[in-house]
Design a binder for this molecule. Structure first.
Ligand SMILES: Cc1ncc(C[n+]2csc(CCOP(=O)(O)OP(=O)(O)O)c2C)c(N)n1
Ligand code: SF4
Length: 329
């Protein structure tokens, strides 16, 4: 067989590429000694973006902290599918208390560790978008304002999935849920990454489950800071969004490539990096495969509504500078 030079795209992938890289630059998931923090056997739906995101995020946090980590979970799918008492899929110190108080519980654990001179043990809190943007928001804002030493991770599937797909304040315009025919009205909804930045906390980032290496890198970066940090991960939900289980990664990628979900990092309230759009897409490509948006296309196309969603994407592209070459980033 003739000699084949290593192609650029192979390095950094989760298959052969990792083995071509020096061990210290390989992905955490490629390491056979990874912790498998969220182990197999849990009860998430097939294709669940939240299970995938949590697995990568928490393994990356474990790696970044030499396994000195405690995780607090808000009520929601991640807690329910992983821990039907007395069973659990978590292989880390993990605690669930209430739906709305994960940031407060995490703050308390961080304070207790400090009092015991165990600040090398790091604390993460995690929850869905309902637990984060609605009921937990007061506790979270307090955690940010006091700059408590906690990384909070929001797994955003854009609705209250665990209880049957009710609208949250992160549900996008026009998305159908069990409690609304068309989701949020235009111009409404809470943008938690921007709200987190407004608190001036050390680190805020967004990520999707389409770019898992980027997700791992952001968790690692977050653990380099002390104080309050926030990571917002878009995690498509086949059940709530009404898409095929094998479309989870594709839809997460399309959310970024349309501009609807800007992927960026911010430090102390300032954007420091953005992931540029590689192949620009019209929003229809993202909306059409999802049953929650079916009413936009049938029985007749609702072109004005689609145009307004396109405007939202275009606004993000301008605001975050998402188009242009990667070297501009
Ligand atoms: C105070 C309180 N109200 C309501 C509930 C019921 N409840 C449990 S999980 C959940 C929805 C969670 O949604 P989200 O935070 O978006 O996470 P997801 O399940 O989508 O991952 C609700 C309403 C509860 N456990 N506690
Ligand atoms: S309902 Fe959605 S978030 Fe919950 S386990 Fe199923 S796919 Fe995951």
């Amino acid at each position: 067989m003739p000699f084949q030079p290593v192609k650029y795209y192979q390095t950094g992938t989760f298959t052969v590429g990792n083995r071509l890289l020096p061990p210290e630059t390989r992905s955490v998931q490629a390491n056979m000694r990874r912790t498998n923090s969220l182990n197999s056997g849990h009860r998430a739906c097939q294709g669940c973006g939240e299970a995938l995101g949590a697995r990568y995020a928490i393994d990356a946090a474990m790696s970044a902290t030499s396994n000195q980590l405690v995780a607090v979970n808000a009520t929601g799918c991640l807690e329910v599918f992983s821990t039907p008492y007395p069973e659990t899929s978590w292989q880390i110190p993990w605690i669930h208390s209430l739906f709305g108080n994960a940031p407060a519980v995490a703050t308390g654990i961080a304070a207790a560790l400090k009092a015991k001179n165990k600040e090398h043990v790091r604390v993460i809190a995690q929850g869905g978008d309902g637990g984060t943007t609605d009921i937990g928001f007061g506790c979270l804002s307090g955690m940010f304002e006091r700059n408590d030493d906690v990384l909070y991770i929001c797994y955003d599937n854009e609705a209250y999935m665990n209880t049957g797909v009710q609208r949250s304040s992160a549900t996008p315009p026009e998305a159908r849920t069990a409690t609304t025919t068309r989701g949020n009205s235009f111009g409404q909804g809470k943008n938690l990454p921007l709200l987190a930045m407004a608190h001036g906390i050390p680190y805020v980032a967004t990520a999707t489950v389409a770019e898992l290496r980027d997700l791992e890198a952001k968790v690692k970066r977050a653990m380099e800071f002390r104080g309050a940090r926030y990571l917002h991960i878009l995690v498509p939900c086949p059940l709530g969004w009404g898409h095929a289980a094998d479309a989870t990664i594709r839809l997460a990628r399309f959310a970024k490539e349309t501009g609807l979900f800007p992927v960026f990092e911010a430090e102390h309230g300032e954007v420091v990096s953005v992931s540029k759009i590689r192949r620009p897409l019209p929003v229809e490509e993202y909306l059409k495969p999802q049953r929650r948006f079916a009413h936009l296309f049938s029985p007749v196309a609702r072109t004005q509504a689609i145009a307004r969603i396109q405007e939202m994407a275009d606004r993000n592209i301008r605001k975050f500078g998402l188009s242009g070459s990667m070297s501009d980033a």
